[in-house]
Design a protein around this ligand. Structure first.
Ligand code: PEP
Ligand code: MG
Length: 887
């Protein structure tokens, strides 16, 4: 039965499939209720109510509180208690619960319904005034923060003062009288800060709490979290109102969080933490360091057994690792939440593979579930085993991977320094969701308090950042901005490193080594290869990168940018000689020096890629990029002139240097262009100076000949950049074929080479039918194609205006990162259709940065391209994304 307008639904009415309406928490509470699990009863205000709230300018929808009251009366009947009743009051929790999990980003208020009168009732009914007043002060504290926006530190300060005046150190030692005093102080604080008293009406408390939870959907940390995790702002949050159960009623009570498998390693064992005699947020907030779940077996064996049994049931039911919040009230277990557990990349791979081996998931399901971001994380840097380290302390290994950087002690500084291009490690006693922008900016996070389920840990794991938490051996002082570990002091700006896989905190910088392929990831990749049809090649310009790419599963080289081969310091003089040449003969003389160097590189690439295609792109960038900067040249020329004037050139050496400089400067001036990216580059160079491309082609085929003689299977693909008109390609193709025939001679039949082009000028895409006449393959250079389609400089636009566009939602994403389907995508689809109509066997792919971006890979698959090409470290990601695109 749905009440009124259907904005409120009891747990019995929902199920797990109603996440969009009830939020993740509400849907799962409903599902668990239906499955007969011990869930305290309650109801959910739907996400629609939150959307209505915002649509009407932050006004509760008409009739919402009437619906809430109807549901509340039913809850009262179930609990045999009344909300606001003096003798035996019903107390409720009011919790946020969005569609997509946003751990800790929004607000929760517990113990709603307590006031100066009902608190007596609770004290009487439980015969435990200490408990009653502890609950009351918690309510006022949460309410003060969430509803009235008073900073938590003000409450913490009063708590600390009360404990000092009562002479106690720990919360557990505070008497009823102590809590009572604190209640009065808290009420004074609220009255003085907000100008209003703490509301005594239970109904008013409930309404204010609901509104505050709606508002928390739009707090800054929630907004940042949504942006990072691409959660739509329009979704809104549900609100769950649930009868309270208490983990803080005594030593046979407690509260905890448990994962059905280890979220760091994926091991199949209960993993989590709990606190006895504690309430609600104490565990996740990281305020007290909790005990490992294994100790619950010793403290409360029956509860542990039933928790274990329930955890197994939930995991089978949801067919995934679960993160469960529970409370124990006088020895009885209650479940407050279950959700798919966040996990490290390593754990995700292991859990995926294990669930397939256990027959719970199919291979396809395991692949479909892979979070692409995890793959980046897996291949993250680690500290080499043999590194000599100055280990200061060891904390909890909360999120794997190692990081090194400058110590910073607050989130704002972390953000500021990171913006200035510095690598930082964020160090906090504990992080709160308010620190999210700092966590985002930092290379890694270190905390001295809080467990594996604290916010720092959960958020860092989700973001794939290394994190060490609960490192109690170190003392962190945010005021003096220093960390002390024994005798050692690390101050802001000092270098520090952390290893989130082992928990080590290390003084100074450490060398990091690149991530490795785990056995589980290898299996998943194999399964992915069996599913995908899109091939994955690598962008690599030297044999070492090519070897790495092959190790990661590259099926060839999709883009070898030969200009990178020109930039090595020992090669630059010959390259400059070629550019400075005044005549064809001079240029050829310089090219003769470059030829063997290029040939050697190509031989290396062919050997590594034995049996696989290697696409070699002829020179692309404007030539001035290989020459020194004009300002530097001018400054040097002025210095030389001054030295000559002061008579310091007896040998004439300076004069000859000055003459050389002058020649260089003249060339630099003559090559200057207002828009070099639209200027004399790409195939235009090849047309104007055919001998450059001739040399490169000769090097390709000489290398091929050498390798063929060694027994290597070579598949060279010569690629012409920046073609805009078919005539450019026709002219260059003729020369390439001529060179190939000359160089290969009788080996021609053993060298199945191709000649193709990049499609990166919109005109090329539009005239693809003509271009396909001369091309064996099209490789879409989506970096330039995006630049020219949007008319946005790929080098400047991001810093100047694109980020603003994306932040203000003028664009859905940065088009240089995620392919713009509507514009660039349309050009690709058109070119593909036109090209294939002319040449059915035309090979097609993408080699711009988009080739390593999951969403763009989905597009490439859907568009029917044959392959994507990306940097070696993105190959595993691309293999998985290509498989997911098929599922
Ligand atoms: C491209 O433009 O997409 C491309 C791959 O070429 P480059 O990035 O070298 O211009
Ligand atoms: Mg390009």
């Amino acid at each position: 039965m749905i009440n009124g307008n259907g904005l409120v639904q009891s747990f019995e009415q929902g199920h797990a499939g109603m996440k969009m309406e009830l939020g993740g928490k509400g849907a799962n509470l409903a599902e668990m209720t239906r499955a007969g699990l011990p869930v305290p009863p309650g109801f959910t205000i739907t996400t629609q109510a939150c959307r209505d709230y915002y649509a009407s300018g932050e006004q509760l929808p008409a009739g919402l509180m009437d619906e809430v009251n109807v549901a509340l009366r039913e809850l009262e009947k179930k609990q045999n208690k009344q909300f606001g009743d003096a003798a035996c009051p019903l107390l409720v929790s009011v919790r946020s619960g969005s569609v997509s999990s946003m751990p800790g980003m929004m607000d929760t208020i517990l113990n709603v319904g307590l006031n100066d009168v009902t608190v007596h009732g609770v004290a009487e009914a439980t015969q435990n005034p200490r408990f009653a007043y502890d609950c009351y002060r918690r309510l006022i504290q949460m309410f003060g923060n969430v509803v009235f926006g008073i900073e938590p530190i003000r409450f913490e300060k009063l708590l600390h003062e009360m404990k000092t005046s009562c002479g106690v150190e720990h919360d557990r030692d505070v008497s009823a009288e102590g809590w009572k005093q604190l209640v009065d102080r808290y009420k004074e604080l609220i009255a003085s800060k907000s100008g209003k008293p703490f509301p005594q009406s239970a109904d008013e408390q409930l309404q204010l709490a609901v509104e505050a939870v709606f508002r928390s959907w739009n707090n800054s940390r929630a907004r940042v979290y949504r942006k990072v995790n691409r959660i739509p702002d329009e979704q809104g949050t549900a609100v769950n109102i649930q009868a309270m159960v208490f983990g803080n009623k005594g030593d046979d009570c407690g509260t905890g969080v448990v994962f059905t498998r280890d979220p760091s390693t994926g091991e199949k064992q209960l993993y989590g933490e709990y606190l006895t005699n504690a309430q609600g947020e104490d565990v996740v907030a990281g305020v007290r360091t909790p005990l490992p779940i294994a100790e619950l077996e010793r403290d409360m064996p029956d509860v542990f057994a039933s928790l274990k049994h329930t955890a197994e049931r939930l995991e089978r039911h949801y067919r995934d690792m679960q993160d469960i919040e529970f409370t124990v009230e006088h020895g009885t277990l209650y479940l407050l939440q279950t959700r798919t557990g966040k996990r490290s990349a390593q754990a995700a791979m292991k859990i995926g593979v294990d669930l397939v081996d256990e027959g719970i998931l199919t291979k396809e399901e395991a692949i479909a579930r892979i979070e692409i971001g995890h793959l980046d994380q897996l291949l993250h840097p680690a500290i080499p085993a043999d590194a000599v380290l100055d280990v200061l302390a060891v904390g909890l290994p909360a999120s794997p991977g190692a990081a090194t950087g400058e110590a910073v002690f607050d989130a704002d500084t972390a953000e500021e320094k990171a913006k200035a291009g510095r690598r930082v490690i964020l160090i906090r006693s504990e992080t709160t969701p308010e620190d999210i922008h700092g966590v985002l900016a930092a290379e890694g996070v270190l905390t001295s308090r809080g467990g594996m389920t604290s916010h720092a840990a959960v958020v860092a794991r989700g973001m794939g950042k290394p994190c060490v938490c609960g490192c109690e051996e170190v003392r962190i002082d945010a005021d003096t901005r220093e960390l002390r570990a024994g005798e050692t002091i690390i101050r802001e700006g000092d270098s520090i490193s952390i290893d989130g896989s082992t928990g080590r905190v290390i003084r100074g910088e450490v060398p990091l080594r690149a991530g490795e392929m785990s056995a589980e990831l290898s299996r998943l990749l194999e399964w992915a290869d069996g599913i995908r049809t899109l091939r994955v090649a690598a962008n690599a310009d030297n044999p070492a990168d090519a070897a790495k790419a092959r190790e990661f599963g590259a099926e060839g080289i999709g883009l070898c940018r030969t200009e990178h081969m020109f930039l090595a310091p020992e090669r630059l003089p010959a390259v400059r000689e070629m550019i400075l040449a005044e005549t064809k003969e001079e240029r050829e003389a310089a090219l003769v020096k470059l030829l063997p160097m290029q040939q050697e590189d190509f031989e290396g690439m062919f050997r590594v890629m034995d049996g696989l295609p290697v696409t070699i792109r002829l020179l692309d960038p404007p030539l001035h990029e290989f020459l020194p900067n004009a300002d530097e040249l001018r400054a040097r020329a002025a210095e030389l002139a001054a030295d000559i004037r002061s008579g310091g050139d007896s040998s004439g050496e300076l004069r000859s240097q000055a003459a050389e400089l002058e020649t260089m400067l003249r060339k630099v001036r003559s090559l200057h262009e207002a828009n070099p990216m639209l200027g004399q580059r790409g195939c235009r160079l090849g047309v104007l100076f055919p001998e450059i491309y001739d040399m490169q082609t000769e090097a390709v085929f000489r290398a091929a000949a050498v390798c063929i003689r060694e027994g290597v299977h070579v598949w060279p693909e010569v690629m012409v950049p920046l073609v805009g008109h078919v005539n450019e390609l026709r002219f260059l193709r003729g020369r390439i074929e001529h060179t190939a025939e000359n160089v290969l001679g009788e080996l021609l039949s053993r060298c199945p080479y191709k000649v193709g082009t990049m499609i990166e000028v919109p005109r090329a895409a539009l005239t693809a039918a003509q271009i396909a006449e001369c091309a064996d393959f099209f490789s879409f250079g989506t970096n330039d194609l995006t630049q020219m389609t949007y008319g946005c400089s790929r080098d400047d636009a991001e810093g100047k205006f694109l980020t603003h566009y994306v932040d203000h939602k003028l664009l859905p994403a940065n088009p240089f990162q995620t392919l713009d389907r509507d514009g660039v995508g349309q050009l690709i689809e058109w070119a593909l259709e036109q090209g294939k109509a002319v040449r059915g066997d035309l090979k097609t792919g993408v080699c711009g940065e988009h080739g390593g971006d999951p969403e763009s890979i989905f597009f490439c698959h859907q568009a029917g391209l044959d392959y994507v090409s990306c940097s070696p470290y993105r190959i595993p990601l691309a293999r998985i994304a290509a498989a997911q695109a098929r599922l």
